[in-house]
Design a protein around this ligand. Structure first.
Ligand SMILES: Cc1cc2nc3c(=O)[nH]c(=O)nc-3n(C[C@H](O)[C@H](O)[C@H](O)COP(=O)(O)OP(=O)(O)OC[C@H]3O[C@@H](n4cnc5c(N)ncnc54)[C@H](O)[C@@H]3O)c2cc1C
Length: 262
């Protein structure tokens, strides 16, 4: 069985800061990490490999050359091979362009039984890329996977998270699954593998390598235009109440009365 995990390098912050003038993400001074949901996706793939040792787990990313470091982390966690889709032509991609490039990259790699993605990336938060890759590869997709119950010869049984519970879905392979954080606890990099990860060659593909027309990559092929991004102004300073619940409830009522709100 071959499993491919889509992994994205993201700034290490849940609070993305926007440059007020250029309206772009401020990346300076913010270290980059493996997107958290993608770590869960990789862990799920590695757990399948733990039970089925002949499984190959590969990781693929689209990003600038520095994404290699994050890919080496994935190798140190247990991935077998890492692929980086990197080309100036890929820059400025929206989700349509991103998913097209990744889908072409996956086609280049050949047969895959399960493609994993995270539910969403913390710097974009669109949660669109996984399902879009599935659409382009004509694969069935299950989003919000919170548990993998059984991997069978031709299908896989998973729990799909809902707001107030979950549903059990059996999906035929090949398929694409998107992982949520409840799926598992990602393992640490193994010390033994860290050294090997730095010796492992990371395969880099540009648009020609994956047979993708330059006009269909990056900004040029991105219909989404973000006209303005901003961080909301902080609201006034809050006041923390102390004391028993009754004391605090009494204080809140008094304050609401003072403001003539009750
Ligand atoms: C402020 C801001 C607003 C934006 N608004 C929009 C918008 O409205 N519409 C739009 O189309 N784009 C928008 N973009 C661009 C968008 O963030 C990028 O296109 C981004 O690459 C899309 O992925 P995402 O982070 O939303 O991924 P998500 O769809 O949230 O990611 C889901 C999963 O897909 C996989 N994945 C995503 N990107 C990669 C990658 N590069 N390599 C490997 N795997 C990957 C990962 O497994 C990830 O967990 C915006 C960007 C910014 C900075």
């Amino acid at each position: 069985m071959r499993i491919l995990v889509c992994v994205k390098q993201v700034p290490d912050t849940s609070e993305v800061k926007i440059d007020p003038v250029k309206h772009t993400l401020i990346r300076e001074g913010v270290p980059s990490i493996l997107n958290p949901d993608d770590a869960n996706a990789l862990e799920a793939a590695l757990q399948i490999k733990d039970k089925n040792p002949d499984t190959i787990v590969d990781v693929i990313s689209m990003g600038p050359p520095q994404a290699k470091l994050m890919l080496r982390e994935c190798l140190a966690m247990g991935a077998d091979n890492a692929f980086l889709l990197s080309d100036r032509a890929f820059g400025g991609a929206d989700t349509i362009s991103t998913s097209r490039t990744i889908a072409y990259g996956i086609k280049k790699l050949g047969n895959v039984d399960i493609v994993f993605a995270g539910r969403q990336a913390i710097d974009g938060d669109t949660a669109q890329v996984g399902p879009q890759i599935a659409f382009r590869l004509e694969l069935p997709v299950v989003t919000y996977v919170q548990n993998i119950r059984e991997v069978k010869e031709n299908s896989i049984i998973v729990e799909r998270q809902l707001e107030d519970g979950f549903e059990v879905v059996e999906v035929q392979k090949p398929c694409l699954l998107t992982a949520v954080k409840e799926l598992n606890e990602p393992r640490f990099m193994s010390i033994g593998r860290i050294v090997g990860a730095f010796d492992t060659e990371i395969t880099v593909y540009n648009h020609e390598d994956i047979d993708l027309d330059q006009e269909l990559c990056g900004l040029k092929a991105s219909p989404t235009k973000v006209y303005r991004s901003f961080t909301p102004e902080p609201k006034g300073k809050g006041e923390m109440l102390t004391g028993t619940i009754n004391d605090m409830a009494h204080t809140v009522v008094e304050k609401l009365k003072e403001e003539h709100l009750v």
